[in-house]
Design a protein around this ligand. Structure first.
Ligand SMILES: Cc1cc2nc3c(=O)[nH]c(=O)nc-3n(C[C@H](O)[C@H](O)[C@H](O)COP(=O)(O)OP(=O)(O)OC[C@H]3O[C@@H](n4cnc5c(N)ncnc54)[C@H](O)[C@@H]3O)c2cc1C
Length: 384
């Protein structure tokens, strides 16, 4: 039997991969429908190269309507409601029914959740924010640069550290490093704490080597825009001439209202199959909450959204064909950490298992930076 409909919510990392793999694996008469509010796709890992001037927006954006050329229906609309009991999705364009649903709606950025952030900080987690930050960096001739992690959890746990490394190298190249201070403020106890102390301490050492101040367990209460200061929860005030910030994150409202979400607003799933509590509904990527050892959750990162999308596509294709499938997600991922000067570090990790994450950090070098560039080129060609 064919003519079934698989609806994919979100055209970001997980949604793109899921839609392509479903199209490849399903019967040609089955429909694959992607619903996404914005037809412009933005490759987030390269926002940090926009910040340094190494990329222009045109190099890292693509038009999602091109999915239609690959036999994938693309609906540009806001998703207003998900009703798993009726197997329906309400959007600003149409109401869709599905046989299987893949929710890949990501984590929403909520700059307004931190008073003063929107006016006082450059949001390095958006393309526009990275462009503005780049212009501000070009005008900077010294002073205090603060990199701020507003709240936990946030996606791509490496990105704020990469931001600090790249800015440090940039200011050095411009000859203004001596008159500058760069500091990171984060509620985390260590860089990338979910990956364990070995990686965290290694990154802390790399920050120290480059003279970047690291202020762990610092929660910022507000940004005092009049005085250009961060106001920390303990009352301390930190002056900064340039504030590069990761805004608070939250689960999208439509997910929180759907009945799929758990206590923290994100969607609990079976760690291996990505099946939610609702029949025929899978969730992948940043919108999920997957518990791992020590009461932590799997980090929110594209590498996991990608791998999970592959698994879900295979499971759905198997289910619809009436075949048993043993495709499962094993909690493995990898991460580049840009260090500036054309260098990067690289870590691989296995996050499932009772003993906690097993992480392998490779020696930093130019080849890891080249590999990160290669991944960007592959990604922009592969899916569009
Ligand atoms: C600066 C930066 C650097 C990063 N670097 C890396 C990296 O090097 N490696 C890595 O693994 N990860 C990296 N990430 C993280 C990575 O981009 C995300 O983890 C990944 O995109 C998550 O995929 P997703 O499909 O879950 O969500 P997303 O890619 O965020 O996609 C969600 C989509 O859903 C859409 N959407 C949400 N709500 C609605 C609605 N109501 N109606 C319609 N559409 C909606 C959104 O518009 C969005 O397109 C980085 C992120 C940033 C910001």
């Amino acid at each position: 039997m064919a003519d079934r409909t698989v609806v994919v919510l979100g055209g970001g990392t997980g949604g793109l991969v899921a839609a392509h793999q479903l199209r490849r694996l399903l019967d040609p008469s089955d429909r694959v429908v992607v619903v996404e509010r914005d037809h412009t796709y933005r490759y987030a890992p390269s926002f940090l190269w926009v910040l340094t001037g190494a990329r222009r927006p045109a190099q890292i954006t693509a038009d999602l309507r091109r999915l239609r050329r690959r036999g994938i229906e693309f609906v540009e609309a806001d998703i207003l409601g998900i009703d798993p009991t009726q197997r329906r999705v309400k959007t600003t364009e149409a109401e869709l029914t599905y046989d299987r649903l893949v929710v890949s709606l990501g984590a929403e950025l909520a700059p307004d959740a931190l008073p003063g952030f929107s006016d006082g900080a450059h949001n390095v987690y958006t393309l526009d924010g990275a462009l503005h930050a780049r212009a501000a960096l070009q005008r900077l001739h010294g002073g205090r640069v603060a990199v701020l992690v507003s709240r936990l959890p946030y996606k791509c746990p490496a990105a704020p550290y990469e931001t600090a490394f790249l800015v440090e190298a940039l200011l050095r190249r411009r000859g203004v490093r001596d008159g500058s201070h760069i500091d990171i403020y984060t509620p985390e106890p260590l860089p990338m704490p979910t990956a364990g102390p070995v990686l965290g301490e290694a990154l802390r050492g790399m920050l120290h080597q480059r003279g970047i101040g690291f202020h762990p367990e610092s929660t910022v209460e507000r940004v005092d825009t009049k005085r250009s200061q961060l106001v920390l929860a303990d009352g301390e005030r930190v002056v900064c001439n340039l504030l590069l910030g990761v805004p608070p994150h939250r689960a999208p409202q439509v997910v929180r209202d759907s009945g799929l979400a758990g206590e923290n607003g994100f969607i609990p799933v079976d760690p291996a199959t990505l099946q939610t509590g609702a029949e025929g509904v899978f969730a992948i990527g940043d919108v999920t909450a997957i518990p791992i050892a020590d009461g932590k959750f799997l980090p929110k990162a594209g590498v996991f959204a990608h791998a999970e999308a592959e698994v879900v596509a295979r499971r759905i294709a198997g289910e619809l064909a009436g075949r048993r499938t043993d495709a499962t997600f094993d909690g493995a991922g990898a991460c580049f950490v840009e260090l500036g000067d054309g260098q990067a570090a690289y870590a691989t990790g296995r996050f499932y298992g009772e003993g906690g994450p097993q992480i392998n950090l490779r020696r930093p070098g130019r080849h890891w930076h080249a590999a990160k560039v290669g991944l960007e080129q592959y990604w922009m060609r592969r899916w569009f």
